[in-house]
Design a protein around this ligand. Structure first.
Ligand SMILES: [Zn+2]
Length: 422
């Protein structure tokens, strides 16, 4: 079983200088290696249909890969001796990061979904480095020995569980200081596999929304705290101040630090809310049905509208961007991840259900009851069911989850309707 624990580091000023310098050097190396890959890519690719059958081919250069780039670290240390001060594993991990970023761009992950083009990292976008091998013996009480940095204090707010070995350590720089993430492994503990069979009694379904964060099929709600919205004013005030300060000035730097801390606070509040809500939901039942939301598609921008002369017409984006902001603030995807993680650890199950049509149909008679996004009440003309709109969806999600053969009469998806299914 693999888990990760994060602790706060308390480095001395000298250690901070070393770590900052390492980040800088790793970033330069990362950018160099990425450029090497892009160069090969640009020079050696050719569309098959634009290549004549007989032509002179220049001698192909070797494609830089993980191994060749790793071998390149040796001459690097000769040419630039200051790289010798960085721990070898940290530099090797830098090569690995380039490989992962490039592979995800070219080949995609195990599901075949490709990421965007890797970006060159600006100074504050490269914020962590990794020791790929750390021994449990390196941690003594609240001090960890980091090779080439020295003994560094950490706040061991929770102990490392018995039987777990420390495998790797990622040291990251955040707005409020340095952190260390230890990945821990215990081979004797098997990965949790749960096969609880969902029944009417042991399951609960939830509908995720923006007005009420969670609506359960039992009629209970969890309201949304809107952490970002509450701090939005503070944030914009600070951002206005930053914009009038001179670039590179100390005042601007201090203000940027405050903005970073505010963002961190919002993210932490949201995370805590997600954990607490997930705990409350999992207390109710062993199996939880959730919607399989495509958050990325839901928070897309509206398509631009143009008239015959090419003039841009209003397309509703200003209203949509307010909705998108609230969708991002809710953080549904990370909530579902946290819910699944907690359920797995407790031997419970989270099952995703296709939500399409669940807000537009009656949970009692399954007839279609069209609603716009602003109509928050479900009243069915056929069976006269009167219930909150979100509760109706949750009941329907539970029905769909329990009975795989049950299908609601879903009409052909048209983009306008798809937008209204929230
Ligand atoms: Zn009905």
């Amino acid at each position: 079983m693999n888990i990760a624990h994060q602790y706060k580091l308390l480095p001395t000023s000298a250690q901070k200088i070393i770590m900052n310098r390492w980040l800088d050097m790793c970033r330069a190396e990362y950018n160099f290696l990425l450029a090497e890959r892009f160069n090969w890519w640009e020079r050696n690719r050719n569309d098959i249909n634009s290549c004549p059958l007989i032509c002179h081919l220049p001698e192909l250069k070797d494609n830089p890969d993980y191994y060749s780039q790793k071998r390149g670290l040796v001459p690097l240390k000769q040419d630039k001796p200051w790289y010798k001060s960085v721990h070898s594993q940290v530099l090797q991990d830098c090569v690995n990061r380039v490989k992962l970023a490039f592979d995800r761009f070219v080949k995609g992950d195990s599901n075949g979904s490709r990421s965007g083009k890797p970006r060159f990292k600006a100074k504050n976008r490269y914020r962590s480095f990794t020791y790929t091998q750390i021994n449990s013996g390196d941690i003594n009480g609240n001090v960890i020995h980091l090779s080439k940095i020295g003994d560094c204090k950490l706040i061991l707010h929770r102990p490392i569980p018995d039987g777990f070995k420390v495998k790797t350590a990622i040291i990251s720089k955040k707005s409020d200081g340095w952190y260390i993430t230890l990945s821990l492994e215990d081979k004797s503990v098997p990965e949790a596999i749960t096969n609880v069979v969902p029944t009417e009694d042991n399951s609960v379904a939830l509908d995720l929304g923006l007005e009420k964060f969670v609506a359960l099929n039992t009629g209970e709600f969890v309201n949304i705290p809107q952490h970002f919205r509450r701090s939005e004013e503070d944030l914009s005030r600070l951002q206005q101040k930053v914009s009038i300060r001179q670039k590179g000035s100390r005042a601007r730097k201090l203000l940027n630090r405050r903005i970073g801390k505010l963002h961190q606070k919002i993210a932490r509040q949201r995370k805590q809310f997600h954990f607490e809500t997930a705990g409350r939901v999992l207390d109710k039942a062993d199996v939880v049905f959730v919607e399989n939301l495509k958050v990325k598609n839901m928070s897309r921008r509206c398509k631009p509208k143009q008239d015959e002369t090419g003039k841009f017409l209003p397309n509703g984006q200003s209203a949509k961007s307010g909705l998108n902001k609230s969708i991002a603030d809710a953080g549904w995807a990370s909530f579902v991840d946290i819910l699944s993680f907690k359920a797995e650890n407790a031997g419970q199950r989270v099952i995703k259900v296709d939500p399409y049509g669940t807000s537009q149909h009656c949970s009692n008679c399954l007839n279609k009851v069209p609603k716009t996004l602003s109509e928050r009440w479900h009243s069915c003309p056929s069976c006269s069911l009167e219930v909150d709109r979100d509760t109706n969806s949750a009941i329907l999600i539970k029905k769909l989850g329990l009975d795989v053969s049950l299908s609601i009469k879903r009409s052909r998806r048209n983009p306008r309707e798809a937008c209204a299914v929230v």
